[in-house]
Design a protein around this ligand. Structure first.
Ligand code: ADP
Length: 803
């Protein structure tokens, strides 16, 4: 096993045998020290005992020698004494012998101190004069008195024997004993090491290793692993604690596992619930969407169903209006027309709101003439306020560009609604359609549109509510004025889709100003809009028209209208017949209903276009104008996609039909001169578009009289102001006054004047006052001509002014 594993940043190392060695060493050191002390004591003891033994032996020898020396000394027989001494010195270890006489009274003790001295020398035993220094030779010295013992006499010391014994045997004995002791110590130590190692291994290392193995097992994930140490010592306690800790760890771990499992199952449950809920919600959403879709389709279908008969009503009224009628009949007819118009408006409103809600409302992005649109709105306002003392004005600052890109129809719808409301809720005073330039750059213009009135105003708390569907400011007031409460809701939505927000400022009793700000891209090229076509609806066409329409009433209406415009009409009932009849090639235009039995208008158109393609690139292309009762915007695209050129919504109106035909047919103009060709294809404008006044006044002569009288007052007044501005070289005022003049001209149908004044206004805006001055005479002639025509219209009302 050679694992060294790292866990949670802690490194567990395999224990090295250091511990055992250390322990053995410690014990060994202690024992050795003790034994050494013990040996020292023992050695010292032996040394002392041996020394004592040696001293005793030497003493005994000295005594024996002293006894032997007694006679020779008494006899002073030196040679006998020497012989005895030599014999004695042959004993091993004896270094020397000295015999001294005891001093007699009165004699110096040193004078006769040494009588005989023998010393062991390398060459043998020699008699020496003096005794060597004992310490120097480390010899052991023993002395004994030499006594003269005679019978009956008291023993008397006659001398002293001193022997010198070598210490060498003592040292040798001591060395031997030391050797023995050391040997004993070594053996003892070896045995101790063996024993200790065994004991340590058993008592310490084995349990520790077991503990380590348990730890390894735990670390490896075996939470059931436990240390098995039976001993009741500290290691046993550690093992118990460790086991408790492992058990706790295991418990915690299993708790954790259990909790995790519970959490997982909870999550799964929640996920299932969420999935189920999402499914339910999706279903509910799909149902709601399907319901909205169904509602919108239902409304579209309803509108189709209602529009088809309405188409008949409106068309028949149009035709009826062109027949001789008594004033009472005309009055009734106007009421019918008004009611039908109102019904169509409501229908359109409901359709619009359902389209917005169903997300079907799509806005166009086409270039259009903003001034032209606003002027139409103004005309509507004039028409709606003719019976009240309300003046209508438009404020279109000179710096505002005319050609922009957007959805002209929807913009006009919003402004018409605001102006319609203003006209409805204003009894007297002023109604103003204002435009404010916010920013202008190379690509776009930001404009604030304002419709201000001096009407009843709106209470503060109702100012938000009126933008809700079917909500009106004041029930009682509204009952008096009528309305569905949808107009502002639609308008706000439309403005929002154009990128603005419709809001209102109002003072109850003083008036209201509805406003919104839009950013409109600038249109680069001039758009081809047939100038004043609507006002020229009295012109005739010399053309053969194929009318494909299955509904009898509609056939009658369209045919009547077409014939009233001078067209020769052939009628067929379905697309198949249209396809067959068209082949004769005599038709200048085909008017095609989109929905027909057998072969519908779209398919018939596709086949006609296919046939034209087959005939080659130079084959004439017959213009096809669609007619459909379905008011959805998408229908228009479907018609165009099928190859149709234009689109008319039913009920057909004379103006719309005329405008559409004018786009494809050359009108047989009442004015004599044809355009000189080339670029100037614009038809000349009539001095007075009488039909326009009739439309605005809806045939009421009193209203026509009133409008004409006002215009006859205002026109010369404006001319005077223009002259004064010319004299002052005041281009700005000049432009303003010209603008105002063109407004008056347009509101009475003075097309030629309006046309000329527009051009002059543009010059004035450019600062080209000279041109205006040059044209001044022509201008006053135009004014005079218009005044004359108006006066004639007022004074000699024809039986019917419509051709
Ligand atoms: P309605 O068809 O009823 O006119 P709108 O949504 O156009 O529906 O208008 C909602 C209500 O807002 C009106 O009924 C009227 O109470 C109030 N209102 C709108 N325009 C004006 C205004 N110019 N002056 C006063 N009240 C107005």
């Amino acid at each position: 096993m050679n694992r060294s594993t790292s866990m949670s940043g802690t490194t567990l190392r395999r224990p090295r045998p250091n511990l055992a060695i250390k322990l053995v060493l410690i014990v060994l050191l202690a024992t050795t020290a003790t034994l050494a002390l013990f040996t020292w004591v023992k050695y010292d003891e032996a040394r002392q005992s041996l020394t004592r033994q040696l001293a005793r032996d030497a003493q005994r020898d000295a005594e024996v020698l002293a006894a032997a020396m007694s006679v020779p000394l008494w006899d002073l027989d030196k040679s006998a004494a020497a012989a005895i001494a030599r014999t004695f010195m042959n004993e091993p270890g004896v270094l020397g012998v000295a015999v001294s006489e005891s001093a007699t009274d009165g004699e110096s003790p040193t004078a006769r101190a040494t009588w005989l001295a023998l010393w062991q020398q390398p060459d043998g035993i020699n008699e020496v004069a003096w005794l060597p220094d004992t310490a120097k030779h480390e010899a052991l010295v023993a002395q004994s008195a030499i006594v003269k013992r005679a019978l009956g006499e008291e023993s008397k010391q006659i001398g002293t024997v001193t022997i010198y014994v070598s210490r060498a045997p003592l040292a040798a004995a001591l060395a031997d004993s030391l050797k023995d002791l050391l040997l004993q110590i070594l053996v003892l130590d070896a045995v101790l090491i063996l024993l200790l190692t065994l004991v340590i291994r058993r008592v310490l290392l084995t349990p520790l290793s077991s503990l380590r193995q348990t730890m390894d097992a735990l670390r490896a994930g075996d939470l059931a692993a436990r240390a098995t140490i039976g001993a009741r010592d500290e290691l046993g306690t550690i093992s118990d604690t460790f086991n408790r800790m492992a058990a706790e760890l295991g418990r915690k771990q299993s708790e954790l596992v259990e909790k995790t499992q519970r959490l997982e199952s909870l999550t799964t449950y929640q996920e299932e619930r969420i999935a189920a809920r999402t499914g339910e919600l999706r279903l509910a959403k799909e149902q709601a969407e399907a319901a909205t879709q169904a509602k919108s389709e239902f409304l579209a279908n309803m509108s189709h169903e209602i529009r088809t008969p309405m188409n008949g009503v409106v068309g028949m009224v149009e035709l009826l209006k062109q027949t001789p009628l008594s004033p009472l009949q005309r009055d009734y007819l106007e009421t019918v027309a008004g009611s039908a118009g109102a019904l169509l408006t409501i229908l359109d409103d409901i359709l619009d709101i359902s389209k917005i809600e169903a997300g079907h409302m799509r806005l166009e992005q086409v270039p259009f003439d903003l001034y032209h649109k606003l002027d139409h709105v103004r005309q509507l306002a004039v028409a709606q306020t003719t019976e009240k003392p309300v003046t209508v004005s438009i404020d279109y600052p000179a710096e505002v560009p005319q050609r922009v890109i957007g959805d002209p129809l929807r913009l006009r719808q919003v402004l018409n609604n605001l102006v319609g409301n203003a006209a409805k809720f204003t009894a007297r005073g002023h109604l103003q359609l204002r435009l404010r330039l916010v920013t202008l750059d190379a690509e776009a213009v930001t404009l604030r549109f304002e419709v201000a009135d001096t009407g009843i105003g709106i209470e503060a708390d109702a100012r938000e509510a009126i933008f809700e569907k079917f909500t009106q400011a004041d029930g009682s007031v509204t009952r008096h004025y009528g309305g569905t409460g949808l107009g502002l809701a639609i308008s706000r939505e439309l403005v929002a889709r154009m990128g603005g927000r419709l809001d209102v400022d109002s003072q109850p009793g003083q008036g209201s100003t509805f406003h919104f700000t839009l950013r409109l891209a600038l249109a680069e090229e001039a758009i081809h809009v047939p100038v004043n076509l609507e006002s020229d609806a009295s012109t005739h066409f010399q053309a053969r028209v194929l009318l494909a329409e299955d509904n009898r009433t509609n056939q009658l209406v369209a045919r009547g209208l077409l014939e009233s415009m001078g067209c020769q009409v052939d009628t067929v009932d379905n697309g198949q017949q249209a396809l067959e009849t068209y082949r004769s090639g005599v038709y200048a235009v085909i008017l095609m209903d989109a929905n027909m039995p057998v072969l519908d208008g779209l398919e018939a158109t596709r086949r006609i276009r296919a046939r034209e393609r087959d005939q080659g690139p130079d084959a004439p292309r017959v213009p096809i104008i669609a007619m459909t009762a379905q008011a959805m915007r998408e229908d228009r695209q479907r018609c165009l996609d099928a190859g149709m050129d234009d689109y008319l919504a039913k009920p057909l109106t004379r103006l719309a039909l005329h405008a559409a035909l004018a786009r494809y047919l050359t009108p047989r103009l009442p004015a004599p001169s044809e355009p000189t060709g080339g670029e100037q294809s614009e038809p000349p404008s009539p001095t007075l578009d009488e039909h326009y006044l009739d439309t605005v006044a809806q045939g009421r002569q009193a209203m026509i009289d009133e409008i004409v009288t006002m215009a006859l007052e205002d026109l010369p007044d404006k001319l005077g102001r223009i002259e004064r501005a010319l004299a002052r070289h005041d281009a700005e005022t000049l432009a303003q006054q010209l603008h105002s003049l063109s407004g008056i001209a347009s509101s009475v149908g003075g097309r030629a004047l309006e046309h000329d004044v527009r051009k002059l206004e543009a010059s004035a805006r450019r600062g080209d006052i000279e041109h205006c001055r040059d044209q001044h005479v022509a201008l006053s002639e135009r004014v005079t001509a218009l005044c004359a025509a108006l006066a004639a219209k007022r004074d000699n009302p024809g039986p019917e002014s419509i051709a």
